[in-house]
Design a protein around this ligand. Structure first.
Ligand SMILES: [Zn+2]
Length: 135
């Protein structure tokens, strides 16, 4: 279900959104999926009110058809930004870009990992995002 599109980076706006949601969900964990458009991660799909920790929620989402994602994102209420064993198992199955944000969720409190759980560089891009809907 995940695609193998080449990823050039993440939109700064999307990164800020991730950090804001991580903050507002704290001390609980939030989890979601990363969607990319034209090779840039620019959208997060998430289930609000994830009760049982992020990973099972992510897995359920990945079982859904018609969702094309490049990886996952979740927060760690601790400041340790390192994939757990459960995270690694999930990463292996669900794409090649996985963001973990760690408390206190400031600009540098996140890392990106590949499907093998190895840290990879993800560029933060200053681009304008088109809004899908105008309110
Ligand atoms: Zn984790």
């Amino acid at each position: 279900m995940h695609n193998n599109e080449k990823i050039t980076g993440i939109a700064r706006e999307t990164l800020h959104f991730i950090l804001e949601v991580s903050k507002s969900t704290y001390p609980n964990e939030f989890a979601g999926l990363l969607e990319a458009k034209d090779g840039i991660i620019s959208n997060v799909l998430f289930l609000p009110g994830t009760e049982s920790g992020g990973t099972s929620a992510i897995l359920r989402l990945f079982m859904m058809p018609n969702i094309s994602t490049v990886g996952s994102v979740h927060s760690h209420p601790s400041s340790i930004i390192r994939p757990s064993n459960a995270d690694r198992r999930l990463f292996r199955r669900t794409g090649n870009h996985h963001i973990i944000a760690g408390h206190p969720f400031e600009e540098n409190n996140w890392k990106c990992f590949n499907g093998d759980g190895e840290e990879i560089e993800l560029k933060v891009l200053d681009i304008e995002l088109e809004n899908d809907e105008i309110i």
